[in-house]
Ligand binder design. Structure first.
Ligand code: F0G
Length: 423
């Protein structure tokens, strides 16, 4: 095996076959590949993308196409739907709305279970099987549980999910139940559920599949690999993404560091992590120059990122330092108006994803992002995940939110006159 697990706090190393969620010192673990020995190139990845080889179906996955940089594992052991190969949209309407010439949207809601979590889960569940684990668990604001439930079912593993009671979007709850996960509704918020699942996994030896798990991060790196490949291996100026538990922010930083080290890109894009104002611990720490780790009691309409104590905080700080990145906060009003714009452009996303577009617009207005810079915003989840928030916005029923772009349904009598009147 050409990698080890290394603690990002104390540098201790562990062999890949060990079952552990974190270092003995409590620090987070990284998968460290020996990059100098990897036979990878732009041409290799392009060739795999262009040749849908029946002999190598695994390369149809936008994760496993980059397998040397993800997890060196025998093909027969991989649990894949396959995931990735999501579109990179360019919308004139949204570029204009954000104040940019070139805004791209990488739609991770096009993954098999409707969010970017599938990229991490294919790797996490593959690793769980390699390690001989029979059960996997996670705490979730919804998408992680939907994805883990599906991949565990595919692999024949038992799945236990912990969700904050009444605080996850309907589509996600439906998925966890449908895919057969044991679903525990915790009376408390996501942070309480996270604390509980960590204790459970430690005590009962169940494999933890939150983004604390370093193999999840390896899979999620491929969002960046793929988007840069789609741009002809030319890095954009900015990558803007919503930030909750900070797994993705961490993964993006690691991906970019590796691409630079391998010479696959010439310059680093800057990362911009976007938080909801009511769930902004990372923003608060950023404002203080990361001198202190902040924690908050989280509240936002974007339930996916309603997180007050993000577990991947130290990795995410490292990602922002590497990329001269920044954190910005946006209000729920800005999130829902941005979502209405993404939806009306014919693309569509869930509320948390729209934070990326709202954050982009705000950074352009502030003059931090320049009009001519090339920006990729990450849409992390599918429109259908949260129908309740969408409908409530258009009906004007969200407390404290004035829907600037409402599209109300109209009730009519079943006559042509009635139709004519409203058209
Ligand atoms: N967008 C969506 C749609 C999400 O589901 C999440 C996280 C994020 C953004 C934030 O990503 O946590 O890596 O910073 N959802 C997790 C879950 C927490 O349980 O589904 P992050």
């Amino acid at each position: 095996m050409s990698y080890v697990l290394r603690c990002i706090a104390c540098g201790a190393e562990y062999p890949p076959g060990e079952i552990r969620a974190s270092c003995d010192c409590g620090g987070l673990l990284d998968v460290r590949h020996d990059l100098s020995s990897l036979p990878v190139s732009r041409e290799l990845f392009d060739e795999r993308l262009n040749r849908w080889d029946p002999e190598n179906p695994i390369y149809r996955s936008g994760v496993w196409r980059f397998r040397e940089l993800v997890l060196p594992v025998e093909e027969s052991k991989i649990v894949s739907r396959p995931e990735g190969n999501t579109h990179l949209y360019r919308s004139e309407r949204l570029s204009r709305w954000a104040g940019l010439e070139e805004l791209y949207l990488k739609h991770e809601g096009e993954n098999p279970t409707g969010s970017f979590k599938d990229r991490g889960m294919t790797v996490g569940v593959t690793q769980a099987r390699l390690l001989g684990c029979r059960a996997v668990a996670c705490a979730s604001t919804g998408n992680t549980s939907a994805s883990m439930a599906a991949y565990a079912a595919l692999a024949g593993l038992s799945a236990i999910v912990f969700i904050p009671q009444g605080k996850i979007a309907l589509g996600k709850l439906a998925q966890a139940l449908a895919y057969g996960a044991k679903t525990l509704e915790v009376e408390g918020d996501f942070d309480a559920a996270m604390g509980l699942v960590r204790k459970l996994c430690e005590k009962l030896g169940i494999y933890l599949l939150n983004s604390l798990n370093p193999f999840r991060i390896e899979g999620q790196k491929t969002i960046v690999f793929e988007l840069i490949q789609q741009l002809g291996w030319e890095a954009p100026d900015w990558i803007v993404l919503p930030a909750g538990n900070l797994g993705n922010t961490s993964a993006f930083g690691k991906a970019l560091g590796e691409l630079i080290d391998l010479g696959l890109i010439e310059r680093l894009p800057r990362l911009a992590a976007v938080q909801a104002r009511g769930a902004n611990p990372f923003y608060r720490s950023f404002r203080e120059g990361f001198r202190r780790r902040e924690r908050v009691k989280a509240q936002t309409i974007a339930t996916a990122i309603r997180i007050g104590d993000p577990v991947s905080y130290p990795r995410a700080v490292r990602a922002l330092r590497l990329t001269r990145g920044l954190v910005v906060e946006v209000t729920d009003q800005e999130i829902m108006d941005a979502k209405a714009q993404v939806d009306a452009a014919g693309i569509g996303c869930e509320p948390a994803s729209a934070a990326a577009v709202a954050g982009t617009r705000r950074l352009v207005q502030e003059g931090t992002i320049k009009q001519g810079e090339r920006v990729v915003a990450i849409l992390t989840g599918n429109l259908l995940k949260d129908p309740q928030a969408t409908i409530a916005y258009h009906l004007g029923e969200l407390p404290g939110i004035e829907p600037a772009y409402a599209n109300r349904p109209l009730a009519i009598e079943p006559t042509l006159e009635a139709v004519k009147e409203v058209l």
